[in-house]
Design a protein around this ligand. Structure first.
Ligand SMILES: C[S@@+](CC[C@H](N)C(=O)[O-])C[C@H]1O[C@@H](n2cnc3c(N)ncnc32)[C@H](O)[C@@H]1O
Length: 370
């Protein structure tokens, strides 16, 4: 039946009720489009649509010209950008005499001009993370993720190993997410007494390089990660690294190199408690007398009704870790419990007061003799 006829046949109150419920449902409808928006942002980042549109919030351009420049299908790009504009990402310029398909930047779309934001968007909206959400139902039902089974992989790391392009996207995204916080993190720690600092799961090595820059007395910086990460990093070209810096390939479930300071940034939240105990047992084997372990992690907060940016960030990261890797963003008591199962004790929680920078949890051996 024609919807107009349904309205005509209703009395006024029934019609207002129906409209009222439609309006009430709008906020939830907004979330239905979450996955489409994720994909749209990925395409904008990948094709660099926002740079093509222009450099300022005032910039305007025809999406058909952009389509020609990036080799896309004009009408399809138009329909994508029009849908995005209804969420405030781009503004469609509609008016008398205006040709169809002219878009202007908004405060949202302009953000993708920034390389750090673009690399983060490619990571968060890219294939690996996007497809992993397929398993959320199973994760919630069983308490265990099998995230990458549908992608013929046993885990995120296995998937990245088989897909070098996704691995490079991952490493670039991690570097972009790390770059705003490494300087502040280095200021939060004291690395003056160490000869060898090992960044475990160091990936791009931004944090280790910053530590070396600030502490000329450190003799060696070991950036420890999976060999495949370093093979793929070479494809990105030369990195500007301190002469004391070296990449060391390995598997922290087997062993870690000898050092007197181990830094783990955003690593243990990837693993469940038993796996963290295993990794820390290998650190315990290798650590020098009086050595320290610095864990850079966000801390779960349990305060109710707090919708601060940090709380939202932590809660969504925790869900992401649960579904992606059976990992967890732990709160203080969960850290205390976990570390009590290892050869280490917690010396100090150093809480960050800056934006989304992680906290440090500093550990030393219960008995420092090896
Ligand atoms: C979430 S990333 C963190 C990267 C970096 N620390 C940062 O904060 O940007 C986790 C890192 O752990 C590494 N990793 C995963 N499994 C590993 C293993 N078994 N041995 C060594 N490194 C591993 C990954 O390759 C990845 O670089």
């Amino acid at each position: 039946m024609d919807p107009a006829l349904i309205f005509q046949s209703m009395d006024r109150d029934a019609m207002l009720n129906l409209l009222g419920s439609a309006v009430q449902h709008m906020p939830i409808m907004k979330f239905y489009n979450g996955q489409q928006m994720t994909k749209c942002i990925y395409i904008c980042a990948k094709l660099r649509i926002c740079e093509k549109l222009g450099n300022t919030v005032q910039s305007k351009k025809s999406c058909y010209d952009i389509a020609t420049e990036v080799g896309a299908h004009g009408e399809s790009l138009y329909r994508m950008m029009r849908a995005m504009s209804t969420e405030g990402f781009f503004s469609e310029c509609i008016g008398q005499g205006m040709e169809k398909g002219i878009f202007q930047h908004t405060n949202l779309s302009i953000q993708l001009l920034n390389q750090v934001t673009r690399d983060e968007a490619l990571l968060h909206c890219g294939t690996a993370f996007y497809l992993s959400w397929e398993s959320l139902y199973e994760t919630v039902m069983t308490g265990k993720t099998s995230g990458f089974k549908s992608l013929d992989s046993t885990s995120l790391w296995d998937f990245l190993k088989k897909n070098p392009e996704a691995d490079i996207e991952f490493t670039k995204g991690m570097a972009s997410m790390s770059s705003p916080s490494v300087q502040h993190l280095v200021k939060m720690g004291d690395f003056s007494k160490f000869e060898i600092v090992c960044d475990v799961g160091g990936s791009h090595g931004l944090l280790l390089n910053e530590i070396l820059k600030n502490y000329p007395t450190i003799k060696q910086g070991l950036n420890f990660d999976q060999p495949i990460v370093f093979e793929n990093l070479k494809k990105l070209g030369e990195r500007q690294l301190d002469p004391r810096f070296s990449d060391v390939g390995g598997n922290f479930f087997e062993s870690v190199p000898e050092a007197d300071c181990y830094v783990f940034k955003w690593v243990l939240h990837n693993w469940n408690d038993d796996q963290c105990v295993e990794i820390l047992a290998n650190v315990s084997e290798a650590i020098r007398t009086n050595g320290k372990v610095y864990l850079a992690e966000h801390m779960g907060e349990d305060s109710a009704g707090d919708f601060s940016l940090k709380k939202r960030y932590v809660a969504w990261t925790d869900l992401h870790m649960m579904n992606l890797l059976n990992g967890k963003v732990r709160n203080k008591s969960e850290w205390n419990q976990l570390i009590s199962r290892t050869d280490f004790k917690i010396d100090q929680f150093v809480e960050s007061d800056q934006g989304l920078t992680q906290n440090f949890i500093i550990l030393s051996k219960k008995s420092s003799a090896r």
